[in-house]
Design a protein. Structure first.
Length: 252
């Protein structure tokens, strides 16, 4: 009887083992179906990397040409040729050369804001602005924001004038916001409106100093004749004169 019970118990096990081959392929098929999107994702990843590389090449070429020739003198065809692509390819990535300039400024402005906000509490607004700019300019990986205007003021006509105005607005908003966020620079009894007026004054005076230094830099020949560090020196001198009420002598 014991043997019959064993045999009876083996039969169900055997019946289960007969069903197993029909069940086993299902879990094996799942990894194969999941692998297909991964194989398709590889060429998509390569395409995305190529697009990113082309976009970066266009941005790098444009910023270099803006600094060397000036915004007005730089054509889309020049940017495309310098990046090794066609004009048609350029317009797949950017609507215009203005688009490149404004996007790069927008990318860097948060770093300028942080550099200003992180200045010591003892620094007054104008000094915090200057030292924040110095911090950004000292980093070789950062573009020289103001050099995007490249060229003397007469080259900033028509479209460059519009572009320059938009850049100045972006800079003004970023710097004034950073100065206002410095909670340490609060005068007892000063209203919010009065403080905002004071920070906007510091911002606009600082931007005027930057622009004056930039004009003189290009009067000296710009990047073709001077290193970019010379521009930073001129900015330092412009801010120093502001602090002295524009009293001389001037150290140029």
């Amino acid at each position: 009887m014991g043997e019959r019970q064993q045999t009876g118990s083996q039969a169900p096990r055997g019946s289960h083992s007969e069903q197993e081959p029909a069940v086993q392929p299902e879990p094996r098929a799942q990894p194969a179906s999941r692998a297909q999107p991964a194989s398709r994702a590889r060429p998509e990843g390569l395409r995305e990397r190529k697009k990113a590389a082309t976009r970066q090449a266009l941005q790098t070429a444009a910023l270099r040409l803006f600094a060397e020739r000036g915004y007005q003198a730089t054509a889309v065809a020049d940017i495309a040729a310098a990046a090794g692509v066609s004009e048609r390819t350029f317009f797949r990535y950017f609507a215009s050369k203005e688009d490149i300039a404004l996007q790069d400024v927008a990318r860097v402005l948060p770093r300028l804001q942080r550099a200003i906000e992180e200045r010591p509490p003892s620094e007054p607004p104008l000094e915090a602005f200057l030292n924040g700019f110095r911090t950004l300019a000292a980093n070789p990986e950062e573009p020289r924001l103001a050099l995007l205007y490249g060229g003397l003021p007469e080259s900033w006509s028509t479209v460059p004038l519009q572009t320059g105005a938009r850049m100045l607005t972006m800079l003004e908003e970023a710097v004034s916001s950073a100065l206002l966020h410095r909670a340490t620079d609060v005068v007892q009894g000063e209203s919010d409106e009065a403080r905002r007026f004071r920070m906007l004054l510091a911002t606009r005076a600082g931007l005027a100093a930057l622009r004056t230094a930039l004009i003189h830099f290009y009067e000296l020949g710009g990047l073709k004749a001077q290193p970019a560090e010379r521009f930073v020196e001129l900015v330092n001198e412009a801010f120093r004169l502001l602090e002295l009420g524009c009293r001389g002598p001037v150290d140029l």
